[in-house]
Design a protein around this ligand. Structure first.
Ligand code: EPU
Length: 339
């Protein structure tokens, strides 16, 4: 039974723990319900918001429309050969349940993406990434409903237009589709991705010389829990800003003043800088304005110390953005969706 609720607090549905209200709220617990509701009725609402785990969103005001919370669940192997296995997962699955499922069976590909909060359906929207791996690396295709026509469509990897923390669903097709499932290709003979510095360090701390994917998962869990605040304890949405991409010559001029500046090659002409480092250099780590604060161990993470409003969080973010611009002449852009 589809039950549309009214004037519902979204506090429990966003990891920042912001207390705003949705005019209408509905939970979809099966794919059949999503198809029924989203293909026939969703277009009748003036405004809608598709919500997964609410782990990459900042609400700054009440939502004057319908929030559709996706909770369909299933993980199944749909095809396999000697080398690969194709796993289909419902959009409402918890991402880390899928990561755990794959690691437990020794299917390699997403172990570096362990412990990322959020749902499977949200993973392609922003092409989640961590420790040298991105969601798109294992991605094959997804199914989504086009709201306006009610038709189910398949999107291939090319069609999703994945980039750094982005896809067509965060860009050109924003708000037009509801993702119902994704298919990933995992490998039965995992090739480990350990080039990201802190993974190597953590493995050696763990005294592991010949790691398997379960060791990588454990290393990632250790690093993440040491650096990133647990949203069940302190409200946050992971990295608040994207790491900025700048031209090589900008890096060269910064290096003269800041020889230790971290950078990652992006292509021949551009490098990615660490937004966390830039913010840290501005002295923000551990600082607060009212109830909004900068995490003490990772300057890229903004936290809700108590009952911060979305506007308070946003105002801190604006202050951070201004000071990074003033010091480095670099414009940070939010990674979190601001609603
Ligand atoms: N750094 C500082 N001070 C800080 C934070 C970072 O000096 O307060 C330095 C670190 O020492 C390091 C560099 O900045 O040299 C990069 O830091 P880190 O390895 O922690 O990663 P990040 O670039 O801050 C990105 C992702 C994370 C992901 C990690 C690991 C983005 C926006 N963030 O963070 O993703 O877990 O790499 O791959 O790309 C997320 O998207 O929510 C997220 C947590």
């Amino acid at each position: 039974m589809i039950n549309i609720q009214e004037k519902i607090s979204l506090k429990a549905y966003n990891t920042f723990g912001i207390d705003v209200k949705a005019k209408h709220f509905v939970t979809m617990s099966s794919t059949a319900e999503i198809i029924e509701f989203c293909s026939k009725h969703l277009k009748d609402y003036q405004k809608h918001l598709i919500l997964g785990g609410g782990s990459n969103i900042l609400f700054t005001k009440d939502f004057d429309g319908i929030v559709v919370k996706i909770e369909n669940k299933s993980i199944e192997i749909i095809e396999e050969d000697e080398k690969h296995v194709f796993v289909k997962a419902a959009a409402g699955e918890i991402w880390d349940e899928l990561a755990k499922y794959c690691v437990m069976r020794n299917y390699g590909g997403i172990e570096n993406l362990s412990n990322i909060p959020g749902t499977v359906g949200a993973a392609p929207v922003q092409n989640i990434g961590a420790y040298g791996v991105e969601f798109k690396d294992a991605f094959v295709q997804l199914e989504a409903i086009e709201i306006i026509t009610g038709k189910t469509q398949t999107f291939s990897k090319n069609e999703c237009e994945f980039g750094y923390r982005k896809s067509i669903f965060k860009d050109r097709l924003k708000g037009r589709y509801v993702i119902t499932s994704v298919v990933l290709r995992l490998t039965k003979h995992p090739v480990l991705s350990t080039e990201y510095g802190s993974i190597k360090e953590e493995l050696s701390k763990m005294n592991i010389t010949d790691p398997g994917i379960h060791d990588i998962r454990q290393a990632v869990i250790n690093i993440r829990s040491a650096k990133l605040p647990d949203p069940d304890i302190i409200g946050n949405a992971g990295s608040f800003f994207k790491n900025p991409v700048v031209e090589n010559k900008k890096l060269e001029s910064l290096k003269q003043r800041y020889p230790g500046i971290p950078s990652y090659k992006q292509d021949e002409n551009n490098v990615k800088l660490a937004a966390g480092w830039l913010i840290d250099q501005c002295g923000w780590k551990g600082k607060s304005i009212g109830n909004a604060g900068v995490h003490k161990d990772q300057a890229l993470v903004i936290v809700n110390h108590g009952d911060a409003s979305g506007k308070e969080i946003l105002s801190l973010a604006d202050n951070i953005r201004d000071s990074v611009f003033e010091k480095f002449r670099i414009q940070l852009t939010p990674e979190v969706n601001i609603v």
